[in-house]
Design a protein. Structure first.
Length: 134
């Protein structure tokens, strides 16, 4: 099973005060660690997550994210084509709530045929993807 990993889940893994921390950790060390599970994300999520963790929690938690959590995930790099598709989708939504990173995520998930996300961001469900943990 292939699962996309979003910033909302990565932040919840690192921040012990996050309301989703316990659920995130339980899924990450449980079902996500199964040999059949492949975790995917992209470079924009890595940048967004590192910036968010640094701003809210500081430098040491960024190190935990980059050295202890991220290695369990395959990072795909956003190329020019994916970036352009994401920008077009982002601009087409007209929503103040939607983010460019999410638009790129949705495009990448469709391209990679990934139908579920390790995320606490309901925009993924609204875009038609299954959320884990449920």
């Amino acid at each position: 099973m292939r699962t996309f990993v979003d910033t909302s889940a990565l932040f919840a893994l690192v921040d012990e005060q996050d309301q989703n921390h316990d659920r995130a950790v339980a899924w990450f060390v449980g079902p996500a660690s199964a040999p059949s599970e492949i975790l995917l994300t992209h470079s924009y999520v890595v940048v967004e997550s590192a910036a968010l963790i640094n701003r809210r929690l500081g430098r040491d938690p960024v190190r935990v994210f980059l050295e202890a959590i991220l290695p369990a995930t395959t990072v795909l790099y956003v190329d020019e084509v994916l970036h352009r598709f994401g920008v077009a989708a982002y601009l087409a939504t007209g929503s103040r709530r939607a983010s460019l990173v999410d638009a790129v995520s949705f495009e990448m998930m469709r391209e990679q045929q990934v139908d579920r996300a390790f995320a606490f961001d309901r925009d993924f469900a609204a875009a038609g993807f299954e959320l884990v943990p449920g």
